[in-house]
Design a protein around this ligand. Structure first.
Ligand code: COI
Length: 361
């Protein structure tokens, strides 16, 4: 694998410092973008080349660009946090880099070297460091590395040219309203991913496939949809863009990786953080019947969703066609909040980084 250098071609920000600071006070999620982006090309026979940091701006694509037709695309999400001393650190970027390689293999795309992925993120964060929100709050800078096919043509085959990019967006809470329980619609007929498919790859198609059920969830008055397995329509898998955890007193359980579930970095980190805090943390199988029964008999004390964008979000009301119930009386649960603070404190540099997760720039 070739490891290209990234040439810096920055330009002055189109925004004044005051305009940028006004955005950073309440950035929302995915609405504003920093001044630059990184691009690296891949061509068959040549490998990775032409790494550049350039001003953020539109791409010019041929209408017959293969991504627009056959969706050969993958992406990642990771965050950079302002540390107490004013420096900046990203959280476990090597996990995202290796998952990006796994997604690339599944989609028939070239693998970007781990060190190039991390360097591309570092170069962008260093250049646009003024966009990393202040230490102390929950805000961070969300990085979105992604790769698209750039070959032009309508034949269905893996492309012979690709473009890797990293863009960055200051991020507040993914769900408006702070740490507030979200409502879940259990989709018992539509599925997100099938065995042998691309459910464990981070590819846009999985998110496209989730949108109709997400709209149906909204029509039922719910904010998120939860998918069950595609074979028995019984085993809980994940939400449209987040993993799930079930809390049984001091034992937490997340659905095991079946091949149709995305291996979330937050999901993985929480298995460790929970054990550090003295909880039993396990991967397992939870059926929809068990979820309803254990919630109703009180043994299932809390449920929460987790992901890079959403951090840890409590689940409140759960609805399925035949029933509706509330978790933790509709309030954020104690274990959920404890895990949330423990993880955020590591990310914000408030507690020691026992597992070497923070990558300092
Ligand atoms: C993330 O949590 O980073 C995600 O990818 C979820 C979503 C915003 C697509």
């Amino acid at each position: 694998m070739t490891t290209p250098t990234i040439e810096l071609k920055p330009s002055a920000s189109p925004l004044s410092a005051a305009e940028r600071d006004a955005i950073l006070v309440a950035p929302g999620f995915g609405r504003h973008f920093t001044d630059h982006m990184v691009t690296i090309r891949w061509t068959e026979g040549r490998g990775w080349h032409d790494g550049q940091l350039v001003p953020y701006g539109p791409l010019s694509l041929d209408p017959a660009n293969m991504t627009l037709h056959y969706a050969q695309e993958i992406f990642e999400g990771l965050k950079a946090y302002r540390q107490p001393d004013g420096s900046v650190a990203t959280f476990r970027p090597e996990k995202n880099a290796t998952r990006f390689q796994a997604s690339a293999r599944r989609l028939g795309m070239p693998e970007l070297p781990v060190e190039t992925f991390i360097e591309a993120c570092d170069v962008l964060v260093r250049q646009d460091a003024a966009w990393v929100p202040a230490h102390g709050g929950e805000e961070s800078l969300y990085l979105r590395p992604f790769m698209i096919a750039t070959e032009v043509g309508l034949g269905v085959k893996p492309a012979n040219e690709y473009l890797f990019l990293v863009i960055a967006s200051p991020a507040g809470a993914y769900f408006p309203g702070g740490v507030r329980p979200v409502s879940i619609w259990l989709s018992e007929d539509r599925v997100r991913a099938v065995p042998g498919g691309v459910g464990d790859a981070k590819t846009g198609g999985n998110y496209a496939a989730s949108l109709l059920a997400q709209a149906e969830a909204a029509a039922k008055g719910c904010e998120q949809v939860c998918y069950l397995d595609a074979v028995e329509h019984r085993w809980v898998e994940e939400l449209g863009g987040m993993n799930l955890y079930f809390v049984y007193g001091d034992r937490i359980v997340t659905p095991g990786l079946t091949g149709s579930i995305l291996e979330g970095v937050t999901r993985d980190s929480l298995l460790t953080v929970a054990r550090d805090l003295g909880y039993t943390a396990e991967e397992g199988r939870v059926s929809v019947e068990q979820w309803q029964r254990d919630a109703e008999n009180g043994s299932l004390t809390e449920v929460f969703a987790c992901g890079t964008a959403a951090v840890i979000t409590p689940v409140g009301t759960v609805k399925r066609e035949s029933a509706e119930w509330r978790q933790s009386g509709g309030e954020p649960g104690e274990v959920t909040l404890k895990l949330r603070s423990a993880l955020l404190d590591v990310q914000r540099g408030i507690t020691p980084d026992r597992h070497g997760w923070m990558h300092r720039l």
